[in-house]
Design a protein around this ligand. Structure first.
Ligand SMILES: [Zn+2]
Ligand SMILES: [Zn+2]
Length: 267
């Protein structure tokens, strides 16, 4: 299996040295990992620690590919945080380097960061989740240079509503619009396992299983697994469980990306 969503110390919010991530991946018997460090242009309450020297990042990833060749496939990815006004600048960075894969994610909604809780103030769960999904729909409509949409349901991690599920039965229309756009563009979705981390309080994949089922029903084929690890102990967390879920839903392949091309690995 490939862990397609890992943050190294290049990201301001991770201190995991890439070699430590790779050692853990080898220890777990993975075939490969994709480092997907952050590009979040115009992050609110902007902090310089979120600026990455992508030239250095790219060179380091190339060196790691060589260093671990034959032991582990190291993939050069990027996770871009999409807001409507950063689409052009984000595209330019993505096009400037030979990335293996690009995850497009929504981290910021109407210039507010759900991580800090600010976004949820004064909003019912429905209001907060609908606006979040509208932003994902905007991002998949406006932005083209990605391979998968990251963690649909990310805001569940940071809200404190009694019920923190974002399921198909409640948000079907918007979820359908997102999934149909993704499929029509020949792109895919990520199944993020951070919801299985002890203490997350979620206990599910992100997105939830009924959304993954719907993606399959609509003809979606491209699906990858990502742990969103910022620490070695989170790499490939609960991947066996996630793979079994995908198999139950009817997927026969899990995807990883090399040089922006989907590679299908049999389950
Ligand atoms: Zn993310
Ligand atoms: Zn991430």
């Amino acid at each position: 299996m490939f862990d397609c969503h890992v943050h190294s110390s290049f990201s301001g919010d991770s201190e995991m040295h890439p070699d430590d991530a790779i050692s853990q991946a080898i220890h777990l018997g993975l075939q490969g990992i994709a480092f997907t460090d952050h590009l979040d242009i115009d992050y609110p309450d902007f902090d310089e620690k979120f600026l990455i020297d992508f030239k250095k990042y790219s060179q380091t990833m190339d060196d790691l590919k060589d260093k671990y060749s034959g032991k582990l496939k190291v993939l050069k990815g990027i996770e871009v945080g999409i807001q409507p006004h950063v689409v052009d600048e984000t595209r330019k960075t993505v096009e400037s380097y030979d990335f293996d894969m690009v995850i497009a994610s929504v981290h910021i909604i109407d210039k507010m960061d759900p991580y800090t809780g600010k976004y949820f103030i004064g909003k019912s769960k429905n209001e907060a989740f609908i606006r979040y999904l509208e932003c994902i729909l905007d991002s998949v409509t406006l932005f083209h240079n990605f391979d998968v949409i990251g963690h649909i349901g990310y805001i569940r991690r940071y809200c404190n509503y009694d019920d923190r599920s974002l399921s198909y039965k409640d948000y079907g229309d918007l979820v359908d619009s997102i999934l149909k756009t993704v499929i029509s563009k020949g792109k895919g979705i990520e199944v993020n396992t951070s919801g299985f981390r002890p203490g997350s309080g979620l206990g599910t994949t992100i997105p939830e299983i009924d959304i993954i089922k719907r993606y399959k029903e609509l003809g979606g084929e491209i699906i990858c697994l990502g742990s969103d690890a910022h620490y070695p102990e989170h790499i490939a967390l609960s991947f066996d469980k996630a793979r079994d879920l995908l198999s139950t839903v009817g997927f026969r392949y899990i995807t990883h990306f090399e040089k922006r091309k989907a590679v299908f690995d049999a389950i």
